[in-house]
Design a protein around this ligand. Structure first.
Ligand SMILES: [Zn+2]
Ligand SMILES: [Zn+2]
Length: 174
């Protein structure tokens, strides 16, 4: 190779390296701007991130990576949705299985679609899940629990034990 060409070759290499570094720098500035746009709604935050990288170069990228918001807006939105879904499953027991409207845990009937939600114990009168075959409070088995469907007499107080002249007429209200 002709030695006379070496300085030109060197200059060309330096120019290429400088152009590459400049392009890389600008790309980092653009990346910081776009990355911050995805993480923050305000445009000034993205401009600040781009300016940081523009002024500080690679150390600016390090500073930006340390200070940027941990989640993009999309990630934050997805996490919010997941948390909402989790909360939904947590209070799913408080939704009517018939119409999915919210119901209170101590309701025996859905006021919207009249789906039966709970039953009362024959003995102690406390609320029980429909699937339970024995009262967890007093241990009284549910009569006719092995039947497929429940009939109103399973839920209402047994008439033979409470004649109309019984001393506690308030029980009819429950
Ligand atoms: Zn309902
Ligand atoms: Zn009971």
């Amino acid at each position: 190779m002709n030695p006379l060409w070496l300085p030109y070759l060197w200059n060309a290499l330096v120019a290429w390296a400088a152009a590459f570094l400049a392009a890389l720098w600008m790309a980092l500035v653009l990346w910081a701007y776009r990355d911050m746009r995805a993480r923050h709604r305000a445009r000034w935050a993205a401009l600040l991130a781009a300016a940081t990288v523009l002024v500080l170069n690679v150390p600016g990228v390090v500073v930006y990576l340390l200070l940027r918001p941990p989640y993009t807006l999309e990630e934050a939105y997805r996490r919010a949705l997941e948390e909402e879904a989790l909360l939904e499953t947590l209070d799913e027991v408080q939704r009517c299985p018939g119409c999915t409207r919210r119901v209170q845990p101590d309701w025996v009937l859905c006021p919207s679609c009249f789906t039966r939600l709970k039953k009362t114990c024959h003995h102690c009168g406390r609320l029980m899940e429909l699937a339970w075959t024995v009262c967890p409070y007093c241990g009284t088995p549910v009569p006719g629990a092995r039947k497929e469907g429940l009939v109103p007499s399973d839920v209402l107080p047994v008439q033979s034990e409470q004649p109309p002249d019984a001393e506690a007429p308030d029980e009819d209200a429950s």
